[in-house]
Design a protein around this ligand. Structure first.
Ligand code: ATP
Ligand code: MG
Length: 454
């Protein structure tokens, strides 16, 4: 980024395409250089600095396979792994665009492109690139992770270092971030931190559990409705997208939304436009979308249950949270943090765990991750009779996961929690499928998961 202008490398074998791009981009404050062949692109990249590459996937006459472009993508990444590449494909070749994104392209446009959309994509990628490269801001951002001197997000282990780095780098950008990790690993905490770091922090972050929205109410909940749109619509309703305008929308449990809702979500993410139910007026909203899931969305996409184009809209950046058992150094810090909170809340003079309790905390497998630790500490604060919290107060059976013991020795609640965990893991954490297998409604299963800290 020199003199504040975004430097763009544009490449296409057709001069008229390059000319049209040049004209459009010049007026929008971009500085462009162009190439007409793969060799030309690589030469420019080696001699000059660029913020974003926008390139066609076909260069030899009469080819449309895009293979050339895919090879080129790999060579660009070998020169500069961080530079965002946006690919252009012919109209209708969505599979090729998806393949390019799978191999690391950041976004795609189809020809003939829509100027407004192309500019949005370029600006987003340029801003992202800027924040990824801006090392100086990192310090300030790390400070922000700590509010009033005490860390709001506890993460000092080696396993969390890359997570913290990503958070401080992408937090200030407008990039859509997909947060993945097992239940209770802190996905919502990460979403809040990202929002707090962004220049949207003066506006609200609106959370929607999209996995829990019933079929019939999805649209009116997300997009709003106008009075009279349907029988129960007595007044206008503002949707979650509107509420999040200028701020952040956090879509929780994103893996669980059915295909027709996926299509509706995709449309607004692509265009920024929506209509309230019952109205034909198109509205524009400016929201940054964060989403979270404990499922493997790539596997879901491969199995045909999640739209790959939606996945690529959501995971411009992916932050993977490790399970608590893989960051045990954080356990004492987290446990102390929760102890302070609950000792204050329940007005008890408890300041520490005894040696046996601490050992148990560190050895336990924590299938419910940080949330389970939170609940265990709360229980122990309520149970403790002495000044120190003892191992028995924690209510953890042993260092083995709950439910690993013999059925006859378990309480009814333990059995239920055990069966729920089993069903979830059998269905790759897909709540809808697990609920079906257990003969429960999705919301009933959610309630139980909440109760058991799953
Ligand atoms: N790094 C952390 N520092 C402090 N508290 C944390 C941290 N991670 C999680 N927590 C706390 O643990 C609990 C669970 O976290 P959170 O709700 O963010 O998890 P989640 O991954 O969204 O879980 P789920 O998949 O069940 O929705 C919350 O009370 C949260 O405040
Ligand atoms: Mg959550």
């Amino acid at each position: 980024m020199k003199n504040g202008k975004t430097r763009l490398l544009i490449a296409d074998d057709q001069q008229d395409v390059l000319e049209a791009l040049r004209l459009l981009l010049k007026g929008e404050g971009f500085e462009t250089q162009s190439a007409t062949s793969p060799a030309g692109i690589l030469r420019l990249l080696e001699t000059d600095d660029f913020d974003v590459v926008l390139m066609d996937l076909n260069y030899t006459r009469d080819t449309t396979s895009g293979q050339e472009g895919l090879d080129l993508l790999a060579r660009i990444q070998a020169i500069d792994a961080a530079i965002p590449v946006i690919v252009m494909t012919a109209w209708g070749s969505i599979d090729l665009a998806v393949e390019a994104m799978r191999r690391g392209a950041r976004d795609f446009v189809q020809k003939p492109w829509d100027n407004a959309r192309l500019l949005t994509i370029l600006r987003t990628q340029a801003a992202l690139c800027r924040s990824l490269r801006n090392e100086q801001r990192l310090e300030a951002e790390n400070q922000l992770l700590r509010t009033d001197g005490r860390p709001s997000m506890i993460a000092e282990s080696a396993a969390m270092r890359p997570v913290l780095q990503l958070i401080s780098r992408v937090g200030p950008s407008d990039a859509n971030v997909l947060i993945t990790g097992e239940h209770g690993t802190g996905k919502e905490v990460v979403a809040q931190t990202l929002h707090a770091l962004s220049n949207r922090s003066g506006k609200p972050m609106i959370t929607v559990n999209v996995g829990g929205l019933a079929e019939g109410i999805f649209e009116s909940e997300m997009f709003g409705h106008v009075r009279g749109a349907f029988t129960d619509a007595k007044t206008d309703r503002v949707g979650r997208f509107d509420l999040a305008d200028g701020g952040t929308l956090f879509l929780d449990e994103i893996a669980n939304i059915p295909p027709n809702q996926q299509a509706k979500l995709l449309r607004i993410l692509e265009t920024g436009e929506l209509e309230r139910v019952g109205s034909s007026r198109t509205r524009r909203v400016d929201v940054r979308v964060l989403s979270a899931t404990n499922a493997d969305l790539k596997a879901e996409a491969e199995a045909g249950r999640f739209r790959p184009d939606l996945l690529f809209r959501l995971n411009t950046i992916e932050i993977q949270l490790p399970p608590l058992r893989d960051r045990r150094e954080d356990i004492p810090l987290l446990a102390k943090h929760f102890l302070e909170i609950y000792a204050r809340r329940y007005r008890k003079h408890l300041t520490a765990f005894d040696a046996a309790a601490m050992q148990l905390l560190q050895e336990y497998s924590w299938p419910g991750n940080v949330r389970e630790l939170d609940h265990a500490v709360e229980r122990s604060v309520l149970m403790a009779q002495q000044q120190l919290i003892g191992a028995v107060d924690l209510g953890l059976r042993s260092a083995r996961p709950a439910g690993a013991g013999r059925l006859e020795e378990m309480s009814l609640e333990e059995v239920e929690s055990f069966l729920i965990r089993k069903a979830l893991s059998r269905h790759s954490n897909n709540v809808s499928h697990a609920a079906e297998a257990l003969g429960l409604s999705r919301s009933a299963l959610y309630r139980r998961m909440q109760r058991y800290g799953i």
